[in-house]
Design a protein around this ligand. Structure first.
Ligand code: GLC
Length: 530
């Protein structure tokens, strides 16, 4: 089975919206569905093809929507089902696609399923979650840790047993070995697919199945002091179990009941293990998210190695993808620095594979400092002081120079960046040399030159801070030269080919310049040559 070559999710660009922070329409300081509808013209003008929304379902918001209490509703904070129906119509009306977040690993502890499950040991839904007896000493059933701090087991007084939660205690894990759980979630998928949703991004998909015997996890010999405490043990028995691929194949079969839908998986694993999530005969996730760029050292040689390693392990017929930012990781402009952010943009949009943009990265939003009394993120609250807080990458979108940056008429739920009066969509759209103009130019060039989308990737050897590669198809051979440092560098024409022309520079000032002999790159400059 090959992954259909003309599929929209292969050729298109994804854009992640964090709904709380995109656009508020009702003056409560939190973004909502009508706000997203209002900003669709912006997304269309940016040139992206698909919009992925972080969860908008009813939720007590212990983890800001990743704790769902009703899988087939809309949280009133975000609007109503009528608003959602209007959104999907508006998205499709503009020729865009809509992707929802599916959170099947756990529910909220307020979900009616969990209320039943915890009621008694013989409740019909008892086995929908993971209940275990205490150890003989009364302690937790094993040594598994919650990603958000502390033991992953919570004792429940009603029945004296413990339940497992990989994240907050308000997010009990479902038992994916139970066929009724599977059926219930597959029906949830069908509910949204019937409404016309174009696919799902599946939350923590590599967590779904746990060791049947709940064996203790081994200690992590490479734990680095100062990192989050859950990294002290490996997740050998609590994640990435072989049987998970059977579940994903079933999810994929549900997706395939409907024409032209996509299955994306959130997977934080080394590349070698990650690619297993394409599934046997590629009947798994179409796009297991490749997060390698989120944690790499920002240097030419380490990025070159990541691209090489990824291309090398991709199974035949698997389509690659790349991510620079999301709602869980520090902003790219903060990680690589303001000067390198344009180079990162050129990298993302010229690599082989579907790119996913994170809202605000296209205007260079940086990691916003959050004062202790403003912290919202439960991860930061549970594990304070080591900088794992996720609020700084979730601050309101900066639309214009008006109050609250045009995001809301009320005080936003998280503070705005202090430079929002300058760094906003209106100002950057008016500036032909801005990072937003660069994103638009890169996306437009990608649409014009199929070699950038479906062409082969060919590394070109380079030294030091220079990253060089080619994208080639029958029509064109493009060279991408990225200077990852602040010092200028020169490239001889033997590496780029003779008599070429600059199609785009990250400084947006050299288009049309012909290159004969030597290409000189300024500090922090990237160019596409063709
Ligand atoms: C995923 C989400 C993250 C959430 C966690 C638990 O990693 O991206 O935001 O906290 O799952 O649902």
């Amino acid at each position: 089975m090959d992954q259909s070559s003309g599929a929209w999710w292969r050729n298109g660009i994804f854009y992640q919206v964090y709904p709380r922070s995109f656009q508020d329409s009702n003056g409560d300081g939190v973004g909502d569905i009508q706000g997203i509808i209002r900003r669709l013209p912006y997304l269309e003008s940016l040139g992206v093809d698909a919009v992925w929304l972080s969860p908008i379902f009813p939720s007590p918001m212990a983890d800001f929507g990743y704790d769902i209490s009703d899988y087939t509703g809309i949280d009133p904070l975000f609007g109503s089902m009528e608003d959602f129906d209007a959104l999907i119509e508006a998205v499709h009306g503009r020729g865009l696609k809509l992707i929802l977040d599916l959170v099947p690993n756990h529910t909220s502890d307020q979900h009616p399923w969990f209320a039943e499950s915890r009621a008694s040991r013989d409740n019909g839904k008892r086995d929908w979650y993971l209940w275990r007896d205490a150890k003989e000493d009364g302690g937790a059933p094993n040594n598994w840790l919650s990603e958000f701090g502390g033991s992953a087991w919570q004792r429940d007084d009603a029945t004296g047993q413990y339940y497992y939660h990989a994240f907050l205690k308000e997010q009990p894990d479902l038992n994916w070995r139970n066929p009724d759980v599977r059926k219930a979630i597959y029906d949830v998928m069908r509910f949204w697919l019937r409404k016309g949703v174009d696919g799902f991004r599946v939350d923590v998909i590599w967590h779904l199945i746990k060791d049947a015997e709940f064996r203790d996890n081994p200690p992590n010999p490479h734990y680095v002091e100062g990192r989050p405490p859950h990294e002290k043990i490996l997740t050998q028995y609590s994640t990435d179990q072989d049987e998970v691929h059977e579940v994903i194949a079933e999810m994929r079969a549900v997706i395939d009941e409907f024409p032209d839908r996509v299955l994306i998986g959130e997977v934080y694993l080394p590349l070698q293990r990650l690619v297993a999530y394409y599934g046997n005969d590629l009947g798994g996730a179409h796009l297991p998210f490749n997060f390698a760029l989120l944690s790499t050292l920002w240097s030419a040689r380490s990025i070159e190695k990541i691209i090489h390693d990824y291309e090398a392990v991709l199974p035949a017929g698997a389509w690659p993808n790349w991510v620079l930012g999301n709602h869980d990781r520090p902003r790219v402009a903060g990680r690589v620095g303001r000067e390198q952010a344009p180079v990162a943009a050129m990298l993302l949009l010229t690599l082989r594979g579907t790119p996913t943009l994170y809202y605000g990265d296209e205007i260079g939003m940086h990691q916003v400092p959050i004062a202790p009394e403003q912290v919202q993120d439960p991860f930061e609250k549970n594990v304070p002081g080591i900088g794992v807080g996720r609020d700084g990458c979730r601050t309101p979108m900066q639309w214009d120079a008006s109050d609250n940056a045009g995001f809301s008429t009320a005080r936003p739920w998280l503070p705005l960046a202090s430079d929002s009066a300058q760094e906003n969509v209106v100002n950057l759209e008016a500036d032909s040399k801005s990072i937003l103009s660069l994103y638009k130019a890169l996306i437009a060039l990608r649409k014009k030159m199929p070699a950038l989308v479906t062409g082969a990737y060919e590394p070109v050897s380079a030294q030091g801070d220079l990253l060089l590669y080619r994208r080639r198809d029958d029509e064109a051979s493009l060279t991408i030269a990225l200077n990852l440092a602040a010092e200028p560098v020169s490239v001889t024409s033997s590496s780029i080919g003779f008599r070429k022309e600059i199609l785009l520079s990250t400084y947006l000032d050299r288009t049309g310049e012909s290159i004969e002999g030597v290409l000189d790159l300024r500090g922090n400059e990237g160019v596409i040559i063709g």
